[in-house]
Design a binder for this molecule. Structure first.
Ligand SMILES: [Ca+2]
Ligand SMILES: [Ca+2]
Ligand SMILES: [Ca+2]
Length: 125
């Protein structure tokens, strides 16, 4: 019985997940607070709630929201900036989790800061 309930929830999740052009590596965690949502534990993160509000459809409206309030739009984090259902270029992994405030796309900034710090050290000598 438990397995049947879990399967039903998982099926819905799989169909919803199929809406996203790119679902790796976050999979269920893109919308849920649990990596394996079950009937008793299927809480949604902010992106999951926006997805639900959007009629469980991935489109340009949803892509232009920033559900989790970090520095990246949902579309950028999912890897489909314009929300047309086609991944950006050769993207095959989400650059961030659209439902969790993370350091999405800030790698270049960090590198730049590190580089500046290194340069400052050498300039100082
Ligand atoms: Ca975001
Ligand atoms: Ca696209
Ligand atoms: Ca994020």
């Amino acid at each position: 019985m438990t397995v049947m309930v879990w399967s039903a929830v998982c099926l819905a999740t799989d169909l919803d997940m199929a809406q996203l052009p790119v679902s790796l590596p976050n999979l269920c965690l893109a919308c849920h607070t649990s990596a394996s949502p079950s009937a008793g534990d299927s809480a949604l993160n902010p992106f999951g709630e926006d997805f639900l509000e959007n009629g469980r459809v991935w489109d340009s409206n949803l892509a232009q929201l920033n559900s989790d309030g970090d520095n990246c739009l949902n579309g950028v984090e999912v890897g489909d900036s314009d929300g047309d259902g086609q991944p950006d270029g050769n993207v095959d992994e989400q650059s961030g989790n659209p439902g969790v405030a993370d350091d999405c796309g800030s790698d270049d900034l960090v590198d730049e800061r590190t580089w500046d710090a290194l340069k400052a050290m050498f300039d100082g000598n």
